[in-house]
Design a protein around this ligand. Sequence first.
Ligand code: 8DG
Ligand code: MG
Length: 133
Amino acid sequence: MKLVHVAVGVILREQQVFITLRDASLHQGGKWEFPGGKVEAGETVTQALIRELQEEVDIQVKASQPFMLIEHDYGDKQVKLDIHLVSDFNGEPHGREGQQGKWVELKMLSDYRFPDANKAIVEKLQGESFSNF
Ligand SMILES: Nc1nc2c([nH]c(=O)n2[C@H]2C[C@H](O)[C@@H](COP(=O)(O)OP(=O)(O)OP(=O)(O)O)O2)c(=O)[nH]1
Ligand SMILES: [Mg+2]
Protein backbone atom coordinates (compact mmCIF):
# COMPACT_ATOMS: atom_id res chain seq x y z
CA MET A 1 0.00 0.00 0.00
CA LYS A 2 1.24 3.44 -0.89
CA LEU A 3 1.94 5.72 2.08
CA VAL A 4 2.08 9.32 1.02
CA HIS A 5 3.53 12.03 3.26
CA VAL A 6 1.67 15.28 2.60
CA ALA A 7 2.44 18.83 3.77
CA VAL A 8 -0.85 20.62 4.41
CA GLY A 9 -1.26 24.35 5.11
CA VAL A 10 -4.09 25.89 7.11
CA ILE A 11 -3.83 29.48 5.91
CA LEU A 12 -5.26 31.72 8.61
CA ARG A 13 -6.26 35.36 8.61
CA GLU A 14 -8.68 37.02 11.01
CA GLN A 15 -10.71 33.92 11.95
CA GLN A 16 -10.87 32.84 8.31
CA VAL A 17 -9.19 29.95 6.50
CA PHE A 18 -8.38 29.73 2.79
CA ILE A 19 -9.59 26.46 1.23
CA THR A 20 -9.52 25.14 -2.33
CA LEU A 21 -11.60 22.66 -4.31
CA ARG A 22 -9.75 19.50 -5.37
CA ASP A 23 -10.14 18.79 -9.06
CA ALA A 24 -12.64 15.99 -9.72
CA SER A 25 -9.95 13.94 -11.50
CA LEU A 26 -7.72 13.71 -8.40
CA HIS A 27 -7.74 11.28 -5.47
CA GLN A 28 -10.50 12.56 -3.11
CA GLY A 29 -11.52 14.90 -5.95
CA GLY A 30 -14.54 17.19 -5.81
CA LYS A 31 -13.97 17.89 -2.13
CA TRP A 32 -12.57 20.98 -0.42
CA GLU A 33 -9.04 20.82 0.99
CA PHE A 34 -6.37 22.79 2.70
CA PRO A 35 -3.75 23.45 0.02
CA GLY A 36 -0.65 21.26 0.04
CA GLY A 37 0.95 18.25 -1.52
CA LYS A 38 3.49 15.51 -1.31
CA VAL A 39 6.77 15.94 0.51
CA GLU A 40 9.45 15.10 -2.04
CA ALA A 41 12.67 13.19 -1.33
CA GLY A 42 15.24 15.38 0.38
CA GLU A 43 12.69 18.01 1.44
CA THR A 44 11.66 18.95 4.95
CA VAL A 45 7.93 19.32 5.57
CA THR A 46 8.37 23.07 5.89
CA GLN A 47 10.18 23.22 2.54
CA ALA A 48 7.41 21.18 0.92
CA LEU A 49 4.77 23.44 2.48
CA ILE A 50 6.47 26.57 1.14
CA ARG A 51 6.85 25.05 -2.34
CA GLU A 52 3.31 23.65 -2.55
CA LEU A 53 1.61 26.86 -1.36
CA GLN A 54 3.62 28.86 -3.91
CA GLU A 55 2.61 26.43 -6.69
CA GLU A 56 -1.02 25.94 -5.74
CA VAL A 57 -2.20 29.25 -4.27
CA ASP A 58 0.62 31.68 -5.11
CA ILE A 59 1.59 32.84 -1.63
CA GLN A 60 4.98 33.09 0.04
CA VAL A 61 4.82 31.54 3.50
CA LYS A 62 6.63 33.67 6.09
CA ALA A 63 5.67 31.84 9.29
CA SER A 64 4.17 28.43 10.01
CA GLN A 65 3.75 26.18 13.02
CA PRO A 66 3.09 22.42 13.26
CA PHE A 67 -0.56 21.84 14.19
CA MET A 68 -1.32 18.13 13.94
CA LEU A 69 -0.33 14.86 12.29
CA ILE A 70 -3.00 12.54 10.90
CA GLU A 71 -2.57 9.12 9.37
CA HIS A 72 -5.52 7.90 7.36
CA ASP A 73 -6.16 4.85 5.23
CA TYR A 74 -8.47 5.47 2.27
CA GLY A 75 -8.27 1.85 1.15
CA ASP A 76 -6.69 2.74 -2.19
CA LYS A 77 -4.15 5.08 -0.61
CA GLN A 78 -2.69 5.72 2.83
CA VAL A 79 -1.80 9.29 3.73
CA LYS A 80 0.16 10.97 6.50
CA LEU A 81 -1.02 14.56 6.68
CA ASP A 82 1.51 16.91 8.30
CA ILE A 83 -0.71 19.88 8.99
CA HIS A 84 0.81 23.27 9.68
CA LEU A 85 -0.80 26.59 10.51
CA VAL A 86 0.28 29.36 8.18
CA SER A 87 0.15 32.48 10.30
CA ASP A 88 2.00 34.94 8.06
CA PHE A 89 2.48 35.12 4.31
CA ASN A 90 3.01 37.49 1.40
CA GLY A 91 0.62 37.70 -1.53
CA GLU A 92 -3.11 37.04 -1.78
CA PRO A 93 -4.03 33.35 -2.09
CA HIS A 94 -5.92 32.24 -5.18
CA GLY A 95 -6.27 28.97 -7.07
CA ARG A 96 -3.23 29.21 -9.30
CA GLU A 97 -3.94 25.92 -11.06
CA GLY A 98 -7.47 26.98 -12.00
CA GLN A 99 -9.06 25.48 -8.89
CA GLN A 100 -11.77 27.30 -6.95
CA GLY A 101 -10.58 28.89 -3.73
CA LYS A 102 -12.24 30.86 -0.97
CA TRP A 103 -11.85 32.37 2.47
CA VAL A 104 -14.22 30.73 4.94
CA GLU A 105 -14.99 31.69 8.53
CA LEU A 106 -13.59 29.08 10.93
CA LYS A 107 -17.06 28.52 12.37
CA MET A 108 -18.46 27.78 8.89
CA LEU A 109 -15.83 25.14 7.96
CA SER A 110 -18.07 22.27 8.99
CA ASP A 111 -20.48 23.22 6.17
CA TYR A 112 -17.93 22.12 3.55
CA ARG A 113 -17.28 18.62 2.30
CA PHE A 114 -13.65 17.59 2.99
CA PRO A 115 -11.87 14.24 2.63
CA ASP A 116 -12.57 11.97 5.64
CA ALA A 117 -9.10 12.49 7.11
CA ASN A 118 -9.90 16.18 7.57
CA LYS A 119 -12.69 15.69 10.09
CA ALA A 120 -10.24 15.89 13.02
CA ILE A 121 -8.59 19.01 11.57
CA VAL A 122 -11.88 20.86 11.27
CA GLU A 123 -12.86 19.84 14.80
CA LYS A 124 -9.56 20.99 16.27
CA LEU A 125 -9.66 24.29 14.37
CA GLN A 126 -13.16 25.02 15.55
CA GLY A 127 -12.16 24.25 19.13
CA GLU A 128 -9.45 26.94 19.16
CA SER A 129 -9.91 30.67 19.12
CA PHE A 130 -6.78 32.00 17.32
CA SER A 131 -7.20 35.44 18.82
CA ASN A 132 -3.61 36.09 17.76
CA PHE A 133 -4.29 35.68 14.02
N1 8DG B 1 -3.53 18.89 0.02
C1 8DG B 1 -4.35 18.17 0.77
N2 8DG B 1 -4.41 16.82 0.61
C2 8DG B 1 -5.26 16.15 1.40
C3 8DG B 1 -6.09 16.79 2.36
N3 8DG B 1 -6.85 15.84 2.98
C4 8DG B 1 -6.50 14.65 2.45
O1 8DG B 1 -6.97 13.57 2.76
N4 8DG B 1 -5.55 14.82 1.47
C5 8DG B 1 -4.98 13.75 0.67
C6 8DG B 1 -5.51 13.71 -0.74
C7 8DG B 1 -4.34 13.18 -1.54
O2 8DG B 1 -4.40 11.76 -1.52
C8 8DG B 1 -3.13 13.64 -0.77
C9 8DG B 1 -2.49 14.93 -1.30
O3 8DG B 1 -2.04 14.75 -2.53
P1 8DG B 1 -1.97 15.90 -3.62
O4 8DG B 1 -2.74 15.45 -4.81
O5 8DG B 1 -2.34 17.23 -3.06
O6 8DG B 1 -0.43 15.88 -3.91
P2 8DG B 1 0.38 16.90 -4.78
O7 8DG B 1 -0.19 18.28 -4.62
O8 8DG B 1 1.81 16.68 -4.45
O9 8DG B 1 0.02 16.52 -6.25
P3 8DG B 1 0.61 15.52 -7.30
O10 8DG B 1 2.05 15.33 -7.00
O11 8DG B 1 -0.23 14.28 -7.13
O12 8DG B 1 0.32 16.21 -8.58
O13 8DG B 1 -3.57 13.90 0.57
C10 8DG B 1 -6.04 18.20 2.51
O14 8DG B 1 -6.71 18.85 3.30
N5 8DG B 1 -5.15 18.84 1.68
MG1 MG C 1 -1.93 19.22 -3.79
